[in-house]
Design a binder for this molecule. Structure first.
Ligand SMILES: CC(C)(COP(=O)(O)OP(=O)(O)OC[C@H]1O[C@@H](n2cnc3c(N)ncnc32)[C@H](O)[C@@H]1OP(=O)(O)O)[C@@H](O)C(=O)NCCC(=O)NCCS
Length: 172
């Protein structure tokens, strides 16, 4: 199937909740689809989407209008574990593709759109990815570098990765 990419709007919040569920691997935990909403570590990725300055995301939509995936960035609360490793106020990337569309290039297409659009707003983007997730290769292809290895919310290992969008001098 062909996919088109469009900006993530306020009305996409329910879709972002669903995608957060997959991005955080809650499906693998057998959690209910709504559980990301009540998880204090995860809810800040989506709640009140578009109401914070700098909220930026893209949605992949199939030819028949079915949403296939989303990638978005948001500045997380100051207590985010990533801020021990990257500058505070660095937005965090979340990305997921619905299970039935995984492995068809949707994630790659979303990543082609997000960092170039983010560059106008932010000097860098951070993310965390589980150590056993092949998605790390996707991020590396788009220029993310590993800056730390951490214990994640379920007690396994994750990498903190950072994509520098502008040179330090540009950002000042
Ligand atoms: C990671 C993800 C967004 C990539 O989107 P995608 O459309 O499947 O990816 P593409 O088809 O564009 O392939 C690009 C890369 O995605 C990764 N990928 C592909 N299938 C994957 C899968 N089943 N699980 C995780 N990553 C996968 C690989 O790194 C792949 O590159 P490679 O073939 O060189 O290894 C998507 O697979 C997904 O939502 N996975 C489950 C949730 C998740 O892991 N989110 C990221 C959390 S940090």
């Amino acid at each position: 199937m062909k996919f088109t990419i469009r900006p993530a709007l306020k009305s996409d919040e329910p879709l972002l909740w669903r995608m957060l569920y997959f991005a955080a691997h809650m499906d693998e935990e057998g959690s209910a689809p709504e559980s990301a909403k009540t998880n204090p570590d995860l809810a800040p990725y989506v709640e009140k989407w578009t109401e914070r300055a700098g909220d930026l995301g893209f949605i992949a939509v199939g030819e028949d209008g079915t949403p296939a995936g989303a990638a978005w960035i948001r500045v997380m609360p100051a207590e985010s574990p990533l801020y021990r490793w990257v500058a505070p106020q660095t937005p965090e990337l979340a990305i997921a593709v619905a299970p039935e569309f995984v492995g068809q290039g949707v994630g790659t297409e979303l990543m082609r759109h997000l960092p170039p659009a983010a560059r106008a707003i932010y000097p860098a983007i951070a993310l965390s990815v589980r150590a056993n997730n092949p998605a790390k290769r996707l991020y590396e292809r788009f220029g993310f570098a590993t800056v730390a290895r951490i214990t994640n919310r379920v007690g396994t290992q994750s990498f903190v990765m950072l994509l520098q969008l502008r040179q330090r001098a540009d950002a000042e």
